[in-house]
Each structure stands twice: as C-alpha cells, then as structure tokens.
Design a binder for this molecule. Structure first.
Ligand code: NAD
Length: 310
C-alpha cells in the first residue's frame, strides 16, 4: 500500500504519465512532483490543484512519497536526481520506499545507482523500468514497461497497479538493469528496421514501383514488420504514421541516435559483434544534424537516406 506517490521529470513522457496517475489513483493519495523546468510543474499543479503538489527538489519528493518514479533524459540526469549530495533522492532515508527509474539510460549507470541504494538503504527497492510506445503512447496510456526484476519479485503486485494506470504491458525482464538491456535491444532492432525499410522502399520506387504496391508486397511477404505497417518511413502509406503528418509527433531522431548509441556501447561491453551497428549509428548521427530531419520522428531517416535528387 502507499499513501503518496512521487514523480520527478515532467517532460514529453513524464507529464502525460503523471496525468494518468492523477486521473486514476484513489482519493486521498497525493502526487509530489519536481522538475527543473518550473513551467511544466506549474501547468500540472494548475490542472490538478487538489492532487499534485510541487516540491523544491528530488530529496523533498522522496521524503514525502512511498513510491517514486523518475523520468529524465540521460544517465547524467539520473545520477544527479538520485546521488546529488545536496538535494538528491539518496540524501534522505529511503528505506522501505520503492524507486522506479523509467529513463532510457546505460545499464552501468542504472546498476551504479542500484548498488548505492542497496548499500545505504537495505530495505529500499530500486528498479529500471524503461518504456516503449512514444509520446503518443504515453498520452493514450498504452506504453509498455520493461522491468528490471524477476517474474516473482515481491514488490510486483504493488507497482503493477500503478504501472497499469500509465501503460498497457508490463514485462519483467529477469533482474536489475535487464529492463534497460531489453529496451536497448528493442530500439537497436527497430532503428535498423527503419533504415532497411527506407532503403528497400527507395530502391523499389527508383525501379518504378508504386510505394503503396511495395507496402502491400512487404505486408504479404517475408519482410512484414511493424515499422512498415504502422510507422512507414515513406509519407502517405500508413495513415497514422508520423511520416504522413510531416514526421511530427513521433520518436525524435535525436532520441533514436541516443538509444542506438547506448545499444552499440552495450554490445561492445558484452562482446557482441554488430555488423550493422556503426553504419546505423552514423546514419542516425548524421540525420540528427540534418536540418531537414532534426526534431522530427526518427523514421525521417528515409528523407535523409533518399537525399534531394530524384
Ligand atoms: P524530455 O526532455 O521531454 O523530459 C525530461 C524532463 O526531465 C524535462 O522536463 C527536464 O526538465 C527534466 N529534468 C532533467 N534533469 C532533471 C533533474 N535533474 N531533476 C528534475 N528534472 C529534470 O524527455 P522525454 O522525451 O520525456 O524522455 C525522458 C526519457 O524517456 C528519456 O530517457 C527518453 O529516452 C525516454 N523515452 C522517450 C520517449 C519519447 O518518445 N519521447 C519514448 C520512450 C522513452
């Protein structure tokens, strides 16, 4: 059971996630929030004045909450939120509390934070719980959580209830940092499929094929995949795909570059040889810099690869 929830990091993902909690948690439970950007905090407090309470830093959020979520951009931010010696979560007694980091970061940083917590607060529990499904999924409440714990983890029943308010699927991945390993493997695969699909469409179209015919061929053939079906990199093929809406409202190409880079680093650490790793990383790095692609959905890699000339 819990009487107060904490949420730190109220950006593109965090804000809609906390909105679901505010709409769905039982009466009498408060949500304590913090973000370095004051305007996002103010916006949420205004929307839920009886439910969401702004705190001055991560430490205060942790003091007042039993279960604390963190959703910040990178490993350096996670380190600061948890380990900052002035106002980090670990400057207060977090024994018996549950901490759930939903950020997509490297496994080493996550394990470092977990080890620090285990050593200093033996009865606290820290989990990596990165998500998939994008900003749209966060708004709809359909994201998937990849949890760094075993199927029979003692805390699972307690947190499952809250995760279900924000998302649709919860997959326990086995143990600490394995949620992140799963997420990075997924994004590596998804990133490669987007590049390969873009190249395949381009070669087919330049050979004279209509892209709608190509989409039907892939769907009927052995190349069938979710990127082509739902997130088709070529505009105008999948009605709901970001590409069809000017590559807006998707998973930003800079985030794909970040996750792809984390995946390549992870592969190096575990001695996996990636034939496509460096080529993929270079592609996403260059697309992230390209003014025609920057800030747009990562499937804009099609526009980058296709170039300007016909
Ligand atoms: P964002 O930049 O929109 O939001 C991050 C928020 O964290 C910002 O509001 C920022 O002010 C805040 N923040 C940064 N440092 C902080 C600190 N020290 N203390 C308190 N708040 C701090 O990023 P986002 O898109 O919400 O992504 C968050 C994480 O989720 C990233 O790791 C990202 O890779 C992952 N993710 C994003 C998506 C997506 O589509 N955007 C999808 C899946 C996973």
């Amino acid at each position: 059971e819990y009487s107060a929830i904490g949420f730190i990091g109220l950006g593109a993902m965090g804000a809609p996630m906390v909105t679901h909690l505010a709409n769905k948690i039982p009466q009498g439970i408060s949500i304590h929030v913090f973000d370095v950007m004051q305007d996002v905090v103010d916006g949420l407090v205004k929307q839920f004045p009886d439910r969401i309470i702004a705190e001055r830093n991560a430490k205060e959020v942790a003091e007042k909450s039993d279960i604390i979520f963190t959703m910040v951009p990178e490993g350096s931010h996670v380190r600061s939120v948890y380990l900052d010696t002035q106002s980090g979560i670990c400057t207060t007694d977090i024994n018996k509390k549950i901490l759930i980091d939903c950020s997509t970061i490297d496994t080493a940083t996550s394990l470092l934070v977990k080890d620090h917590i285990t050593m200093n607060f033996p009865s606290a529990a820290f989990y990596d719980a990165p998500v998939s499904g994008g900003v749209l999924g966060a708004k709809k409440g359909t994201i998937a959580f990849f949890l760094g714990c075993a199927d029979d983890d003692n805390n699972l029943p307690r947190i499952q209830n809250l995760l279900n308010m924000m998302g649709k699927q919860i997959i326990p991945c086995g143990g600490p940092s394995l949620g992140l390993a799963a997420k990075l493997s997924n994004n590596y695969l998804s990133g490669i499929i987007a590049i390969a699909s873009s190249e395949a469409f381009d070669m087919g179209m330049r050979s004279g094929l209509d892209p709608r015919v190509l989409a039907r061929v892939y769907a009927a053939g052995t190349a069938q995949n979710t990127i082509c079906d739902k997130f088709c990199p070529v505009p105008g093929i999948a009605p709901e795909a970001p590409s069809t809406k000017g590559y807006k409202d998707g998973f930003k190409v800079q985030l794909m570059k970040k996750d792809f880079g984390l995946a390549v680093d992870m592969a190096n650490r575990v001695n996996t040889k990636l034939v496509l790793g460096q080529a993929g990383l270079k592609t996403y790095e260059e697309a992230s810099q390209d003014p025609r692609c920057r800030d747009l959905d990562s499937r804009v890699v099609y526009r980058y690869l296709e170039g300007d000339e016909d």
